[in-house]
Design a protein around this ligand. Structure first.
Ligand code: SME
Length: 172
């Protein structure tokens, strides 16, 4: 009883790694047994947005017909099409590597969808050697994303490579 009262007075603020562990477990439960890619990606975008503090946009761009096209997301309406090689999303897709941008205004070619965005992380989703999508997170805080975000999001994205029907998701 006494212990519970203490916890109630000082609620535990989860660490970043705790947040990512919980997020991965939540996502696993959300997509388990569901093969509708749209339902799954919509719920993943919502789960990410709800689980991580400091975000103003979180969601997917899907590789369709050779360009990235906006998919399920949370946040303000975003630019619909991004050519591979353009912006942070296009750079991550082209280089097949996670991009962490501490100051979007200093990134040449950054595509501003929400003027509040100050920093960004983009993780490519690679299935059978092919970039099928990117997961994009924006923050209104400068230098919000770090190596813990990289490893947490890369692990989440790796889970999604088998949990989501990417063949259907990419069909134009
Ligand atoms: N800033 C991204 C565009 C997508 S929005 O942030 C949602 C980019 O430069 O690719």
């Amino acid at each position: 009883m006494r212990e519970a009262a203490v916890h109630a007075d000082h609620p535990h603020t989860p660490s970043k790694s705790e947040r990512y562990a919980r997020l991965r477990a939540d996502v696993e439960a959300l997509v388990a047994g569901e093969d509708d890619w749209l339902a799954n990606l919509a719920n993943v975008a919502a789960a990410v947005y709800a689980a991580l503090p400091g975000l103003n946009w979180a969601g997917f761009y899907l590789m369709r017909g050779g360009a990235l096209v906006v998919g399920p997301f949370q946040g303000l309406p975003a630019c619909v099409r991004i050519e591979v090689g353009r912006g942070v999303c296009g750079a991550a897709a082209q280089e097949r590597a996670t991009h962490i941008v501490r100051d979007v205004h200093a990134f040449p070619g950054h595509i501003a969808c929400d003027p509040r965005s100050r920093s960004e992380i983009v993780v490519p989703v690679i299935v059978d050697g092919v970039v099928v999508a990117v997961l994009d997170l924006d923050s209104d805080r400068l230098a919000h994303f770090d190596e813990e975000d990289r490893s947490g999001l890369e692990a989440l994205v790796l889970d999604l490579t088998t949990a989501v029907d990417w063949d259907r998701a990419r069909r134009v």
